[in-house]
Design a protein around this ligand. Structure first.
Ligand code: HEC
Length: 137
């Protein structure tokens, strides 16, 4: 039993690292009430391009399974073959937020098959963009 708990402690410690990684708060995280509105082109699309489009552009694995195309505003707003993932002004009701906050089932954590969640900063930018109306700005 001793080894079992020892192993668990190691796993728990490893699992905790991403939460406290210094990368979780990058300088671009300075968004505050005086910041201009979040821009889809400048703040949101680059995150999708960096972390999502390898799988979510036509021919990508995620696109093939779900129909979710993250290469353009139109694709993001269209959602999956099951329906919209972004509900303008309502981040809590937007399934996109559930998947990137890792609140859905582990098989639906996005980015898929990685230990590296989007930074709190990037997720907050996406949340704010949705709250501000999910505009094509
Ligand atoms: C390594 C490939 C990969 C990456 C990277 C990836 N995804 Fe996915 N994504 C998938 C796969 C595969 C599915 C289909 C999952 C399923 O339905 O079982 C999916 C499905 C989805 C869905 C639809 C959920 C559904 O109901 O099927 C959304 C929304 C999504 N991904 C968003 C994202 C976002 C946002 C990112 C970047 C932060 C991302 N994905 C990165 C592979 C990926």
């Amino acid at each position: 039993m001793k080894t079992r708990y020892a192993a668990f402690a190691v796993i728990a410690a490893l699992a905790a690292i991403p939460l406290f990684a210094p990368g979780a708060s990058s300088p671009s995280c300075a968004a505050g009430p005086k910041e201009p509105p979040v821009s889809f082109k400048e703040d949101i699309l680059p995150v999708f391009q960096m972390r999502c489009v390898t799988c979510h552009s036509p021919n990508g694995e995620g696109y093939k399974v779900s129909g979710m195309d993250l290469t353009s505003y139109a694709g993001v707003m269209k959602g999956t073959k099951f329906g919209p993932m972004v509900i303008p002004r309502d981040p809590d009701a937007s399934n996109l937020m559930r998947l990137i906050d890792w609140r859905a089932s582990p098989t639906l954590r996005m980015p898929h098959n990685t230990q590296k969640q989007l930074s709190i900063c990037d997720r907050n930018a996406i949340r704010t963009w949705i709250r501000e109306g999910a505009k094509d700005n």
